[in-house]
Design a protein around this ligand. Structure first.
Ligand code: HEM
Ligand code: HEM
Length: 175
């Protein structure tokens, strides 16, 4: 029986891979130093650090977004199903949006606290938005990883294009 031929995606560049995995390190670091309570911001040096870190995070995110949009945002072949391309684009953009909203809502919280609004409905609103952004981001990253594993099963080269470990085997290979 003839084997089904799947068009293989070309690998992402070394720069794209380094940005993708390097950014995950920054993101995980950001999560490990997350705050549990608003009152922790009473420590002025912590508040200052949070604001500076959020600014750096935003600059890196925007630089990454511009770089990827100007180079190759996806290696999905142009003949892959339209729905698949659309879904991938929506999830990638939504990840950028939530990764943008986390530090910006955090900076609003920090500014409110700095200016003396330490509680009340405005503070509650931005805390809720901060939390929703974080949880939506987790959900999107989860979906993104499931999609990556799906592509690995499909053997279309998308996994290998970005992930340096647990390489997918070539379906045309004979053993
Ligand atoms: C914090 C976690 C992650 C975030 C925020 C993230 C975000 C992204 C984004 C935005 C892209 C599109 C290219 C770009 O603009 O850089 C991408 C591509 C990709 N990611 Fe992730 N990713 C994460 C974790 C992972 C993990 C854990 C895997 C694999 C297990 C993975 C596999 C891939 C693959 C295979 C691509 C290429 C998709 C394509 O070319 O269409 N990602 N990722
Ligand atoms: C890249 C930047 C940031 C990341 C990744 C981040 C991440 C997080 C995470 C994961 C949580 C826990 C949310 C939950 O329990 O569901 C959190 C909570 C919180 N964050 Fe951020 N955050 C960032 C920036 C900031 C900034 C700049 C401020 C203020 C100066 C801030 C203030 C807070 C506060 C007060 C809470 C506790 C909310 C509560 O009482 O429930 N965050 N953040």
């Amino acid at each position: 029986m003839p084997k089904e031929h799947i068009e293989k995606a070309k690998a992402h560049t070394l720069a794209a891979k380094s940005i993708h995995w390097g950014f995950i390190v920054v993101f995980v670091y950001a999560l490990t130093k997350q705050l549990d309570e608003v009152d922790e911001l009473e420590d002025f040096s912590l508040l200052q650090f949070e604001m500076v870190f959020a600014t750096i995070f935003l600059v890196l995110l925007i630089a990454r977004f511009i770089f990827m949009q100007l180079t190759q945002p996806t290696v999905l072949p142009s003949n892959s199903p339209k729905l698949e391309r659309r879904l991938a684009r929506i999830v990638h953009l939504a990840m950028y949006l939530t990764l943008f909203l986390i530090p910006t809502t955090g900076m609003v919280i920090g500014s409110l606290y700095w200016s003396g609004t330490k509680n009340g409905s405005a503070m509650e609103f931005w805390l809720l938005l901060h939390e929703i952004s974080v949880n939506s981001c987790y959900f999107l990253i989860g979906s993104h990883i499931i999609a990556a594993v799906y592509h690995r099963q499909k053997g279309d080269g998308i996994w290998n294009a970005m992930v340096p470990i647990w390489k997918e085997r070539d379906k045309d290979e004979t053993f």
